[in-house]
Design a protein around this ligand. Structure first.
Ligand code: SAH
Length: 214
């Protein structure tokens, strides 16, 4: 077991060096979080060996854990401060959730599929995170009771930016979201709210699972 942890730690260092820093991620807090969070604990045990590879992986139920670089890029784009309260839509494996919880003060994460939500809650609690709140529900609704959020991250792709998520973003807040239901034509978008205006920047092409509508 000791040997395995050593090995995983080396794989993480290598992942951060070759996939994250080499591609231009500079935010030190993001880099430290990716070095620290044991990504293999968020995948099926038969995928342990591939957990640090440069690709997304299946987490069952037709869902995927994002490629490490995309997790780092989306986190960096959020420009997280220690005081931030973050809404995440699409808990999935909980890996991105852990990265956010390492940097921000509180994370509110919403997942549609109850088995995924419960599984990720078990893993994250076992790791000792106390600043994560879990909800099983429809991400299009956000989590109005705890809004506004200074940052919002969405890890499934809707056709357009959901109106209720825009409403729940604080003034000066930022949202990072993949937009477009066709996986071959999706764009990662960063929105910055300035009172009632939203400044939109197109970042790059991505391929996320679709954000499911009821
Ligand atoms: N961030 C995750 C990746 C999740 S994949 C990780 O690091 O593992 C996208 C997730 O979004 C899936 O778990 C899927 O069930 C969830 N999802 C899809 N549509 C949703 C919706 N309308 N509301 C909430 N979650 C949704």
């Amino acid at each position: 077991m000791f040997f395995d942890e050593e090995k995983f730690s080396r794989l993480r260092e290598e992942m951060v060096k070759t996939q994250i820093i080499a591609r231009g991620i500079k935010d030190k807090k993001v880099i430290e979080a990716l070095k620290k969070v044991p990504r293999h604990c968020f995948v099926e045990s038969e995928s342990y060996e591939s957990a640090y590879g440069d690709y997304p992986l299946s987490i069952g139920l037709s869902q995927t854990i994002s490629q490490p670089y995309i997790v780092a890029l989306m986190t960096e784009l959020l420009e997280i401060k220690n005081s931030d309260r973050i809404l995440e839509i699409g808990t999935g494996s909980g890996y991105q959730t852990a990265i956010l919880a390492e940097i921000a003060s509180e994370v509110f994460t919403v997942e549609f599929i109850d088995t995924l939500s419960k599984k990720s809650e078990t893993v994250l609690r076992k790791m000792g995170y106390k600043n994560i709140n879990f909800k099983i529900g429809d991400g299009y609704e956000g989590w109005p009771e705890f809004s506004p959020f200074s940052k919002i991250i969405v890890t499934a792709a809707p056709e357009n930016v959901p109106g209720k998520l825009k409403e729940q973003l604080a003034d000066n807040g930022k949202m990072v979201i993949p937009v477009g239901v066709n996986v071959f034509n999706q764009c990662l978008v960063k929105l910055t709210r300035l009172k009632e205006r939203f400044i939109s920047e197109e970042i790059c092409g991505v391929s996320f699972v679709p954000m499911v509508k009821k």
